[in-house]
Design a protein around this ligand. Structure first.
Ligand code: PGA
Length: 247
């Protein structure tokens, strides 16, 4: 299966730097198409100009969140059909920062995923344990529990990507060992056989302090079908090095 590398810009980027980065990445992708599929997830204010900057480059666009409902009286929120309309193919859902900052539960993430898929988007559903949960030996149980609660029934490889992101690894410079990543990804794969169709074709990304120095070894782990990159996606050089880890 083709690996997927997603750049999550989070709440970073103004028109000047964000669009310049998207243009630079688009030029690189046109000059030498990468082996992996690449998706940029800028803040909502930059979706339109980034869509324009990456047109015809082979790079894809993704949102960082959507509402549980498609449209309506929800000031400040963004609906999945709006993301689709802006050119998005993907939307990140249930990121640990959303779960923490906005008290998003598994049930909320599940409703968002259903709405996103109904709008024609592919949902990148994030799960991951805290440091305390890992220390108590409950990582796999926690991750499977989150997955069960967060996935609507019958998603498939075209509508679902799972991202395993240990909360303690995000932005910390710390990553699990490759053996730990392999164990959790294998457990997620097994769980997907109950939770999705075409489970073996659903891509499972690793995320949390992915950098050019560790991208290749993480990408080589069994059942790691790509990477979700935060801080490392804010530099063109770093992100391109990560995105090219399969080339
Ligand atoms: P990080 O973030 O790469 O900065 O650790 C990853 C993420 O939150 O998706």
């Amino acid at each position: 299966m083709r690996k997927l590398v997603a750049g999550n810009w989070k709440m970073n980027g103004l028109a000047a730097d964000g669009v310049a980065r998207a243009r630079d990445l688009a030029a690189r992708a046109k000059a030498k198409p990468p082996v992996s599929e690449i998706v940029l997830c800028p803040p909502a204010t930059l979706l339109a100009p980034v869509a324009q900057a990456i047109a015809d480059s082979g790079l894809a666009l993704g949102g960082q969140d959507c509402h549980t409902e498609a449209a309506g009286a929800h000031t400040g929120d963004i609906g999945a059909p709006m993301l689709k309309d802006a050119g998005c193919v993907y939307v990140i859902l249930g990121h640990s920062e959303r779960r923490r900052d906005h008290q998003e539960t598994d049930a909320v993430v599940r409703a968002k995923a259903a709405t996103a898929v109904a709008a024609g988007l592919c949902a990148i559903v994030c799960v991951g344990e805290t440091a305390a949960e890992r220390a108590s030996g409950r990582t796999e149980a926690i991750v499977v529990h989150q997955l069960r609660g967060s996935l609507p029934p019958k998603l498939n490889a075209a509508t679902l990507v799972v991202a395993y992101e240990p909360v303690w690894a995000i932005g910390s410079g710390r990553t699990p060992t490759v053996d730990d990543v392999a164990a959790v990804h294998a457990r997620i794969r097994a769980a997907l056989h109950d939770l999705a169709t075409q489970a073996d074709a659903v891509r499972i990304l690793y995320g949390g302090s992915v950098k050019p120095v560790n991208a290749r070894e993480l990408m080589a782990v069994a059942n790691v079908d790509g990477l979700l990159v935060g801080g490392g996606s804010l530099s063109t050089e770093e992100f391109w090095a990560i995105a090219s880890a399969c080339d």
